[in-house]
Every structure is written in C-alpha cells, then in structure tokens.
Design a protein around this ligand. Structure first.
Ligand SMILES: [Zn+2]
Length: 346
C-alpha cells in the first residue's frame, strides 16, 4: 500500500477544509522532502477556507493547501547537492519556471509562469511537503515558529524595503498582519516615524507593540491629520505603504504623501478603484505594485535583520495543534488575532 499522510484538504467546492489522509508527495531528483513541524495560516488560506470567487477560480478541489511553514528535511532527491536530511528549513512558495524573460534576468519574483505552493500545487498543511531544492531556505538560529512566518514577513520586508526608508516619515494604511510587520521593518530600517491606520483597535495595538509610533483608528474619529500634527510632520509622508486594499486608504495616501513620495501597493484594490491622477502628477509621486518577495534578496535581508535584532515575535498570538485547525481559522476570521501557528510535530 502507498504511504499516506494527514493533510488539510479542500474536499469539496464549498467553505472549509478537512483533515484527511492523502498520498505522500512525490520526490523528484531535484526535490527536497520536508517533514513539517510548524505552519502558519495566511490571509490567502482564509480566502481558500471561505471559498470566495478567487478561490473558486484558483484552487483545485481535492488539493491540500498552506504555504507558510518550517520543518526538517526528511530526504532529498538524487540530484540534490545543497541540502541533507536533518537540516531545519523553510521555503519560498513561488515555484518559478527558470527560463522566461524575467527569470533569465534574475527577477524570479516577476516570473509569469509561477506556480504557488498550496495554491496551484499541494501545500504545507500536511505532515510532509516536497519542493524543488532551489526553493528551500536553510534556517539557522531562529525559532521554528518565526521561521514559519518568513513568507508574510517577506511580503512586509519587500513592500517596505522597496524604498529608502532612512529618515523618512512612513504612512502604512492597513494594520493587518503584514502591515504590522512592515511597521517593525520600517523602524528597523531607519524610518524616522511610522504612522499606521486601521478600523480595528486589536490590530492597531499589535502594530504599536511591533513598533508603530502613532496608530490611527479612522473608525473612531481619529485622523491622519491629527497624527501628522502629533509627530510634527509638515510636508506629508515620504514613504507610504498601502496594505489594506481599501480605495479610501489609497485616497488618503495620495493626499497625505509629500511631494516626490514613494508608494508601495500590496493591498488588492477592487476593480474600478481610482485615484486623483492630477495630484499624483503634480506631486511627482512614484508607485510600485508588490507581489510576493524578491528571490532571494528579500530572504537574505530579512534573515539579516532578524539576526540583528528585528523582533516580530509578538505577531504570533495563537499556537495550536494541527488537529485544532478549525479553531485557528475561526479566530483568524474574527480579526482578533495575530498569526496563528499550527504545530504538526514536536
Ligand atoms: Zn519564469
């Protein structure tokens, strides 16, 4: 009989995930088989759980999901030379083609043929995961639970470090988990101040713990203008990170940015969302869309920052056994949580 393992599977075209047995992953000559110890639940996984329009178009029914993980190498394919069994690893969840124009230029994160672990191919919410050796990241001197959230920390790092932050006043709209981690990255990278906005006091409090200087709950009468006054910002924010996907936030960024400001967009705006292009042009603004993280420059930068004092551990608020995954998704759905980490092995 074929060996089997436990995994969180989208068993039917409906909300939810089910814990069930699936075949062990195949391990090709260039692949690394990883025994999973810790996984984290991503906003993407919530979309998959909720079975929204994007998930319905994207996720194959019958596949197990998940892409944030840390584990220990169980075995390696015959052509793998860089890794050995027993090493603690995480991994980049975007599997690129290696031969398109962008891959050939070294811009692997812009490969149009990317396949996503836990999105287009089987994921890490399972006892084992097989990925190409080129996607495996060796972990040294980091707790496994921190190593399991390097994927979203990489989003935060790439969004923030897309611009020179030293001495800048930074505005982050959206204190979701990536926005809050971006606050920590901006402070570590030399920002003069970080202002972060949201509608949730729980999330804003988390952002404060992670290093935001000023939080703004726009649902409770506070304003970015008040924050600018408190922080002595006269000419607007020099770097703005849009992490919410809300059109009102994008509007705030255009109006509160300084002349010549740099803007990253990580949040996905709804179709038809517009901005005041006149202001954009007159202020000489610059805007960049962010997807994933640079392979593998972002990994190296965030690893170096973690080893030199960047502390994102407060973002992990819930630790559960994988068998309690339903509780984990439930608390994520309430919005009153940071990262939820599931333990698969000790
Ligand atoms: Zn490619």
């Amino acid at each position: 009989m074929m060996p089997r393992m436990k995994a969180l599977v989208k068993t039917e075209a409906a909300p939810g995930l089910e814990l069930k047995e699936v075949p062990m992953p195949e391990v090709g000559p260039n692949d690394v088989l990883i025994k999973i110890y810790k996984t984290a639940i991503c906003g993407t996984d919530l979309h998959i759980w909720n079975w929204d329009a994007w998930a319905q178009q994207t996720i194959p029914v019958g596949m197990h999901v998940g892409h944030e993980f840390c584990g220990i190498i169980e075995s390696v394919g015959s052509a793998v030379t860089e890794f050995s069994p027993g090493e603690i690893v995480s991994g980049e969840g975007h599997i690129v083609c290696g031969h398109c124009h962008n891959c050939r230029k070294g811009n692997f994160h812009l490969c149009p043929n990317t396949k996503g672990v836990g999105v287009n191919r089987p994921g890490c919410f399972a006892e084992y995961l097989s990925i190409p050796q080129s996607n495996v990241i060796r972990i040294k001197d980091l707790p496994m639970e921190i190593a399991s959230i390097l994927d979203p920390l990489g989003n935060a790092t790439h969004t923030a470090l897309s611009w020179d932050l030293v001495g800048e006043d930074v505005l982050i709209t959206g204190a979701g988990l990536i926005g809050s981690m971006a606050a920590a990255v901006c402070k570590k990278a030399g920002a003069k101040s970080v202002t972060i906005t949201d509608l949730s006091d729980y999330r804003l409090n988390l952002a404060k713990i992670l290093g935001a200087d000023r939080t703004v709950n726009v649902a409770k009468g506070d304003s970015i203008d008040a924050a600018k006054k408190d922080l002595g910002i006269e000419e607007g924010y020099g770097v703005c990170l849009e992490m919410s996907g809300a059109p009102a936030c994008l509007k705030d960024i255009i109006s509160h940015s300084s002349y010549g400001a740099n803007i990253s967009l990580l949040g996905i705006q709804p179709g038809g969302s517009g901005i005041d292009w006149n202001t954009f042009v007159w202020k000489g603004l610059k805007m960049k869309g962010i997807y994933g993280r640079e392979m593998f420059g972002t990994w190296q930068k965030m690893s170096a920052m973690l080893h030199s004092g960047l502390d994102v551990s407060p973002i992990i608020t819930h630790r559960l056994a994988y068998t309690d995954f339903k509780d984990g998704f439930e608390v994520m759905r309430t919005g009153n949580s940071g990262k939820v980490v599931l333990t698969w092995a000790d």
